[in-house]
Write a protein that binds this ligand. Structure first.
Ligand code: GDP
Length: 483
């Protein structure tokens, strides 16, 4: 029955979307990626580029001078927070600091006025939806019962790799009797230890290891609500939850989580997207080593699963409206010398292809790009003894770990090392990744740089911001709709 309601609701939303299209064609663009991958910076830069232009030779509509302008309009979904474009831009331009990161879903509507190649005037309404990639990992939960979820989670927590991180949670679990009367304090304690464990998997394995529920890592506005106050319990097989037991309470909350949090997100937001960009901090993974790269690949699998359609599930109804184009983007390419931009792209392409090879075909047009939405560095040749070496120059952020002599004002040069021309050096067909540092002989540890200086003109409008390959992303995501 719920499937029917979902389907009816989605149909209604889609009809509304289409009705809007009668006045002006609409494109819903999703911006996602794991925490700190660069969503806020990318979304801000994308809007700014469409409104203010800049050096964007590959973005043809702009390059050919066919974009007359772009302006913000009230967004269509009243229940979704607005993307704080003005605030994020002011942080970048006026304070020269990176904006607050994405913690929840937000939306912004931009109307682009352009001249089609065949002449005349048109406008394209672009709805940009920025949401945490962590939320996509919840898709498999929709097909799971609480008992299945609990068994899967505990199997993982007890596996050798994760067990050390799960210690406090497993200890508390050992003392909890599922059939004992439901107790809020007990539920909160277990949920909080379980959340700590999930966060530790993410942080301490220096990896992107991501385990559902996604909102436990990125709660958005739901922090502390009962739908997020549950944990897996040790259940004996085939045991029904006694009424009013801890087990029954956890089960009910897991079901609420699915019905009130996960399903509405996929139905009301994800399923309506036309295009999607997935931002990936490949460089951090390269820095952290082969295990982190392997984890990143697993996370990509999880994300790609959300773009796949299961033919026989209620999801197929939701996903009838397909995402037509997906762009995977390696962010923060300004930490590398330009000779390494293509290799970075090649590494990402390899990662995505391996993940796609395991998927049954995502059904969407897919491309990859290495970019910096906002370029914080410039390149220079720096003298080292007798040699002149290509370097990256920028203003490191003050107070960085292990670098106490940065004041946040003076420039510094780093030698970023080269990525291997051929990503095969990083992959072993049987084993996955080789030790990267051996293969590449480089050290990709990088500093965090402050954003570049961006002036405002006499009218107080920020001038275009420097970037790397943002125009390629724009062309792939929007080019065909501005022809
Ligand atoms: P989100 O969590 O996905 O929204 O990530 P943000 O957009 O907030 O980016 C996280 C951090 O990555 C920022 O605070 C910056 O330090 C860095 N970052 C993001 N994009 C860029 C970029 O284009 N260039 C550089 N140098 N750093 C970036």
């Amino acid at each position: 029955f719920e499937d029917l309601v979902d389907e009816a609701r989605l149909t209604a939303l889609t009809l509304l979307d289409r009705a809007g299209e009668l006045t002006s064609p609409t494109l819903r663009l999703g911006v996602t990626g794991l925490s700190r991958s660069g969503k806020t910076v990318f979304t801000t830069a994308l809007i700014h580029a469409l409104m203010r232009g800049g050096r964007l030779p590959v973005f043809r509509a702009m390059h050919e001078g066919r974009i007359a302008g772009a302006h913000l309009e009230p967004q269509p979904d009243d229940g979704v927070p607005r993307f704080d474009y003005e605030g994020h831009l002011a942080a970048l331009v006026d304070e020269r600091r990176w904006p607050e990161s994405t913690k929840r879903i937000s939306e912004l509507r931009l109307v682009v006025d352009y001249a089609p190649q065949r002449g005349g005037r048109r406008s394209l309404t672009l709805d940009i939806v920025d949401y945490p990639g962590e939320w996509l990992l919840d898709l498999p939960l929709l097909d799971q019962s609480y008992a299945q979820f609990a068994a899967n989670s505990l199997n993982l927590a007890r596996a050798p790799a994760l067990r050390p991180l799960a210690g406090p949670f497993l200890a508390a679990l050992g003392l909890a009797a599922p059939s004992a009367p439901a107790d809020e304090t007990e539920a909160r304690r277990l949920a909080s230890l379980f959340t700590d464990y999930l966060a530790a998997c993410r942080a301490e394995t220096v990896s992107m290891s991501l385990l559902p529920p996604g909102r436990f890592l990125m709660p958005g506005d739901l922090e502390g609500s009962p739908a997020l106050t549950f944990a897996p319990l040790d259940l004996s097989e085939g045991i029904e939850a006694p009424a009013d037991s801890l087990h029954a309470m956890m089960e009910r909350r897991f079901e609420s989580y699915k019905e009130r949090v996960v399903r509405p997100f996929f139905r009301d937001h994800f399923a309506r997207l036309d295009r999607q960009i997935v931002l990936i901090d490949v460089l951090s993974a390269l820095n952290a080593g082969p295990a982190a790269l392997a984890d990143l690949e697993a996370a990509l699998d999880g994300i790609l699963a959300a773009f796949r359609v299961g033919r026989n599930s209620w999801l197929s109804a939701l996903f009838r409206h397909r995402i037509g184009k997906v762009l995977f983007a390696a962010t923060k390419a300004d930490h590398l010398h330009h000779t390494s931009h293509d290799p970075l792209e090649a590494i990402l392409r390899r990662l995505v292809e391996r993940a796609l090879g395991r998927a049954e075909g995502a059904g969407a047009e897919i491309d990859v790009v290495a970019l910096a939405a906002v370029r914080a560095t410039r390149e220079a040749m720096v003298k080292r003894g007798r040699a002149h070496l290509p370097a990256i120059v920028g203003v490191p952020e003050a107070g960085q770990h292990g670098a106490d002599d940065f004041d946040g004002l003076a420039e510094a040069a780093v030698f970023p090392g080269d990525l291997p021309e051929n990503p095969s050096a990083l992959f072993d067909p049987a084993l996955g990744f080789n030790g990267l540092s051996d293969a590449a002989g480089g050290d990709f540890r990088f500093l965090r740089f402050r954003p570049p200086v961006v002036e405002r003109n006499a009218e107080g409008l920020a001038l275009p911001m420097p970037h790397i390959r943002l125009d390629r992303a724009l062309e792939f995501l929007l080019g065909d709709r501005l022809k």
